[in-house]
Design a binder for this molecule. Structure first.
Ligand code: SF4
Length: 379
């Protein structure tokens, strides 16, 4: 089973913190869809069609800038090209694009999971992040979603914003919980160098939040969502039991996925399961429109030791962790004596649980990046 990721590279405006690939001119939108259909159809009878597609994820950029008809055309081309056994078809949307009619159109086009980029309900924070939507639009889109045919939806929430107090975050969480979301992705605002926020921090106009402030935000998110029955199942992802994201979970367990559209990344195992490849399309819409997708922008061959390290890092970011058996059978990997000693030390501190399965505890997930770095460099 595999997944498809489709990158829709259009946004209304640049959010201050974002370093994803997008353009703010939309004249080429239909040309882009036509080119995307060509890229999809080019995969017919290729090795990518040897296994059924289980998930499709429209990410971006802002996929909700596509019309329901354009989404339907894309899904139709996928259906004609791949063998499909679809469980989950997600489309990211921004609150200012959502109406009852739009959601109904997407549902009848085949989308069954809505991912709403709310980020915050606070007008000042939305303004600071240069989001295109207002606080009222964020509320209205969730009201519409609640009475729509979408039973499965997820909402993004940002914490660790330099302008955000703990009280502001609590208000955002309380507001979101009124809509009974089955799934939430909560991300700490990261300062990326090539963004407006990155420049402001570099010039000293904005101070990034202190680590212990971000840690308090993280604790509040974990605690409040757990009280509402929404459990952390990955460092940044929370769900009611049974509502975990299938597509993202397949990234973490190293399943094959194919990325389509500019800047989209792909990962595919070779048949011998000893090596895999990762490659991407160039993040350049004009290049893409000239059929630039026919040759990968960058390509990397991954061997088992690298794959083992990756799988370990991805697996330990999830609440269920990873089994020693999988590491041994699939990756021919066992922990070195130094790594075992490090894990024992972390276990004594209550940050790791070991046994047949290694997993980080709640305390461990809070500092997952530091633990994972120490673990792989202890080898
Ligand atoms: S809408 Fe999403 S992809 Fe577009 S600029 Fe904002 S954060 Fe980035």
């Amino acid at each position: 089973m595999s997944g498809l990721y489709i990158h829709i590279p259009f946004c209304k405006q640049a959010c201050s913190y974002c370093d994803f690939y997008f353009v703010t001119r939309h004249q080429q939108k239909q040309n882009f869809v036509d080119e995307l259909l060509r890229e999809i159809r080019s995969k017919k009878d290729s090795r990518f069609t040897h296994e059924a597609v289980r998930t499709i994820y429209f990410g971006g950029g802002t996929p909700s800038l596509l019309s329901p008809q354009q989404v339907e055309d894309i899904l139709q081309a996928i259906d004609e090209t791949f063998e499909v056994a679809l469980e989950e078809i997600t489309l990211e949307m921004n609150p200012d694009d959502v109406s009852r009619e739009y959601l109904a159109g997407l549902k009848s086009a085949g989308i069954n999971r809505a991912s709403m980029g709310v980020q915050s309900f606070d007008a000042d924070l939305l303004d600071f992040m240069h989001r295109a939507h207002t606080s009222d639009e964020a509320l209205r889109c969730l009201e519409i979603l609640a009475v729509s045919d979408f039973e499965v939806f997820t909402t993004d929430l940002i914490y660790g914003n330099p302008k955000q107090s703990l009280d502001m975050l609590e208000r955002d969480i309380d507001t979101l919980l009124q809509f009974n979301p089955p799934h939430i992705s909560a991300y700490s605002l990261t300062v990326e160098p090539r963004t407006r926020l990155g420049k402001q921090v570099e010039l000293g106009r904005i101070a990034p939040p202190e680590d212990d402030v971000v840690a308090d935000h993280f604790d509040l998110v974990v605690e409040k969502l757990a009280e509402a029955g929404i459990q952390q199942y990955e460092v940044s992802n929370y769900a009611k039991p049974g509502s975990e994201a299938v597509h993202n979970s397949s990234y973490w367990s190293h399943e094959n996925y194919l990325g389509l559209g500019p800047a989209a990344h792909s990962f595919w195992w070779d048949e011998d399961l000893e090596t895999a490849h990762r490659w991407s399309n160039k993040p350049d819409l004009n290049h893409y429109l000239e059929s630039g997708w026919t040759s990968p922008h960058d390509k990397e061959k991954l061997r088992l030791p690298t794959l083992a390290e990756e799988r370990l890092m991805l697996g330990l970011r999830t609440a269920k962790g990873i089994t020693l058996e999988e590491l041994k059978q699939r990756y021919e990997f066992t922990f070195s004596p130094k790594q075992k000693a490090y894990l024992q030390q972390m276990e004594k501190q209550g940050k790791v649980e070991t046994g047949e399965r290694v997993r980080l505890t709640k305390q461990g997930l809070k500092i997952a990046d530091a633990i994972l770095l120490d673990l792989v460099t202890a080898a």
